[in-house]
Design a protein around this ligand. Structure first.
Ligand code: SF4
Length: 434
């Protein structure tokens, strides 16, 4: 992956939730009831103390508010923009039970964490150096969160990243109307600096650097390698036609470079998860006239968030539900996706096949798993390609921990941050006995 282009396509998108002024934030903060036993805290995977950070905004203690958020979630700025708050914190707010709108927790969190990031606010001092060094494999959200806590506790984090960019999918896969790549990198750099971490780019651990060397040279290892390339439908007839590509790979291009979509009239996105929905919205916003989702289940069963899909429909998205591709048609380049309808039990219906015309096809059926990379390491289990760990991220091999997508299969940034934090605290205990 190359360094970000100034002219990258994502710069054409505007924020779908614009930043708030202090007046807007103060008015919203004063609507909060500061509930005892607040459901918005228990719904947050990082257990951010929502009522207290909001109370601090209401009383003008903005630094104190940011300090509280970042203590629980050092990726609080990203999460403020990309968390599905509609189904997490704001989705549990009690105000709608009284006929009032839920508190916009994400926008309040963004208000103070933007200030912290732009002002370079770092809270508290780093603990005295312990002399312990921890290798972190991958520079995505889980590794960054883990490195942050390790660094603040006095250990030396060394991050190994096979590409050239910090932030992992937080940099290359977030819908641009939620967060731009340069903002994700800015946050990652803030964390690296605050943790006094070292980053070694261009090192593919397991290939360029044997796992055994990491174990020899470091006091502990955290594995946050994420997931692999998009899974494609390679067994279907015509899958080698030009114009069929993985959705995550394509979103990465939108995020990092300028791409030419001129002449693109009809696209098909295959899948029903959040990547499929995000890409559908992105293509429509970039001016592609017809974007059609093909998904094998009902709309109500899709993994993508319904509120996001509703936005896609408002933008003109079309869909074929309970439909699956059986091949691709075209001469040299793809011209359409041959599909069949499915019964409620997902059995193909005889004679139901039809072709959805397409100049480009994006496959969003998930990414490959990388747990197998660790097969060379004794005592680490990854039977289905996901690394097995306990609730502290411990793999079973002394000194080895893991978190993020390579463990959970691909969840939210806030889950990766929480897993990185849990592992950091466990590594600290492992290294110091405290
Ligand atoms: Fe405030 Fe809503 Fe949380 Fe209650 S549930 S503390 S009103 S944000």
């Amino acid at each position: 992956m190359s360094i970000l282009s100034e002219r990258r396509t994502e710069t054409r998108f505007t924020d779908y939730k614009a930043a708030w002024s202090i007046d807007q934030a103060t008015v919203e903060a004063n609507r909060c009831l500061y509930c005892y036993d607040a459901p918005c805290i228990s719904k947050c995977p990082s257990a951010v103390n929502v009522p207290e950070f909001i109370r601090r905004i209401a009383t003008g203690n903005l630094e104190g508010s940011a300090e509280l958020i970042l203590a629980d979630n050092p990726l609080g700025m990203s999460c403020a923009r990309v968390c599905p708050v509609e189904v997490l914190c704001s989705g549990s707010c009690v105000l709608p039970d009284m006929g009032l709108p839920a508190i916009e927790i994400g926008r309040l969190q963004r208000f103070v964490t933007d200030m912290a990031l732009d002002g370079g606010w770092i809270f508290g001092d780093r603990a005295p150096a312990t002399g312990k060094r921890v290798a972190l494999v991958g520079a995505g959200p889980s590794s960054l969160a883990c490195a942050w806590y390790l660094g603040r506790l006095g250990h030396k984090p060394v991050i190994f990243e096979k590409d050239r960019l910090l932030g992992g999918l937080n940099t290359t896969a977030i819908a641009p109307y939620k967060m731009k790549a340069d903002r994700a990198i800015q946050e990652a750099e803030y964390l690296v600096a605050g943790a006094d971490a070292e980053v070694r780019f261009g090192v593919d651990v397991g290939t360029d650097l044997p796992w055994a060397e990491l174990e020899r040279d470091f006091d502990a290892v955290f594995v946050g390698v994420g997931l692999g390339p998009d899974r494609l439908m390679a067994r279907l007839p015509g899958s080698d036609l030009a114009g069929i590509e993985g959705a995550v790979e394509f979103i990465g291009q939108i995020k990092t470079r300028e791409i030419d979509l001129r002449g693109l009239e009809r696209t098909v996105v295959i899948g029903g998860g959040n990547t499929a929905v995000d890409l559908t919205r992105e293509l429509l916003e970039l001016g592609v006239p017809v974007v059609t989702l093909v998904y094998r289940r009902e709309q109500s069963s899709m993994k993508g968030y319904q509120h996001e899909w509703e936005q896609a429909v408002k933008g003109g998205a079309k869909a074929h539900w309970r439909t699956t591709p059986v091949g691709f048609v075209g001469r040299g380049a793809v011209e359409g996706v041959r599909c069949v309808r499915l019964t409620e039990d997902l059995v193909p219906i005889d004679g139901s096949d039809f072709v959805v015309p397409a100049d480009r096809v994006f496959v969003a059926i998930g990414q490959s798993r990388l747990g197998d990379l660790l097969e060379q390491v004794q005592d680490i289990q990854a039977p289905s390609g996901l690394v097995q760990v306990d609730e502290h991220g411990f793999t079973g091999r002394p000194g080895w921990y893991a978190g993020g997508d390579c463990v959970n299969g691909g969840r939210e940034v806030v889950n990766a941050a929480a897993e990185g934090k849990a592992a950091a605290l466990a590594i600290h205990q492992h290294l110091t006995g405290l």
